[in-house]
Design a binder for this molecule. Structure first.
Ligand SMILES: C[S@@+](CC[C@H](N)C(=O)[O-])C[C@H]1O[C@@H](n2cnc3c(N)ncnc32)[C@H](O)[C@@H]1O
Length: 280
């Protein structure tokens, strides 16, 4: 039984990193007019009400998206993602936060298509409510570890797979490596965005080590640490980008120092970093 609900964490520092990287990746692929397929393996609820009891319990968004929106020096490369956030908050007050499906939907062109997979019945019902009736958008209640490979390669032969597990089960780390490897075997040209947590436990390091020995090449890694590794809880997060589009690394290099400042990462904490887990 799954108990993780993303509504408790919506708009936190990890979402900021993930949704910014997702936006830049989508926009980079959309430089070409050919159709894209966007697959979100762990889609969550899609939209989040930041006034809900769940979001306000710890109010993680106050140290995340709220800090970003408070800045008066927003870089041009960050603006498009914030347009997706502002679209849900037309009066300028931060009340709603777009999850990854809503971010992707904001940028979809008429030729693009999206597939959203979510296992939790409550979040799947919310996804259906927001996206079930939308054109070129399919919502599945399924186990992504089983379903993803059957969807690959997509007929468009271009696109992004966002793999954003909750890592609620220890087996999620192993399943992530196996699923990425199987997906890549079936569709080696796809762009894969894989989110991972930075926690005190060592599973993430082991998972990254395993990914680096799968034979998959061109794996860019971006990470954000907002606290010290000994502070407990989620002290940061990272993303792997397999087959990053042209110039994504340069763009991230431009954005990351600003992001560290905007999120008020204390001095002495690593902040953001960018490197190749596996080069060409
Ligand atoms: C981190 S949240 C997703 C957040 C979302 N991608 C976003 O950025 O807005 C992870 C989601 O994965 C779902 N989940 C967990 N195990 C799953 C599985 N095996 N297959 C599909 N969804 C799963 C959880 O219910 C949860 O909603």
């Amino acid at each position: 039984m799954l108990s993780y609900r993303h509504a408790f964490h919506a708009g936190n520092h990890a979402d900021v990193l993930k949704h910014l990287v997702l936006t830049r990746t989508l926009l980079a692929l959309q430089r070409k007019p050919a159709a894209l397929c966007y697959i979100d393996t762990h889609a969550g609820a899609g939209h989040y009400d930041l006034g809900s009891g769940m979001a306000l319990k710890v109010a993680e968004f106050e140290q995340g998206i709220a800090r970003i929106l408070a800045r008066s020096d927003i870089p041009t490369l960050v603006e498009p993602w914030l347009e997706a956030v502002r679209r849900l908050n037309p009066d300028g007050e931060l009340r709603h936060y777009p999850g990854s499906p809503a971010v992707a939907r904001h940028f979809m062109r008429p030729q693009d298509r999206m597939l959203l997979i979510e296992k939790h019945p409550t979040d799947h019902a919310l996804l259906m409510k927001y996206f079930g009736h939308q054109p070129r958008c399919r919502v599945l209640q399924d186990d992504a570890w089983v379903t993803l490979k059957a969807q690959l390669p997509p007929p468009e032969k271009r696109g992004i797979v966002l793999i954003d597990p909750s890592y609620e089960l220890k087996s999620d780390y192993r399943q992530t490596v196996e699923t990425l490897q199987q997906a890549h075997d079936r569709w080696g040209n796809g762009v894969y965005l894989l989110w991972y947590p930075l926690l005190t436990r060592r599973e993430t390091d082991r998972m990254l080590d395993r990914i680096s020995t799968t034979g998959i090449r061109r794996v860019l890694r971006v990470a954000l640490a907002v606290r010290g590794a000994d502070s407990g809880g989620l002290w940061g997060s990272g993303m792997l980008i397999v087959n990053p589009p042209w110039q994504l690394d340069t763009e991230l290099q431009t954005i990351l120092p600003w992001l560290t400042q905007a999120l008020e990462v204390p001095p002495g904490i690593r902040g953001t970093s960018l490197d190749w887990l596996v080069p060409e």
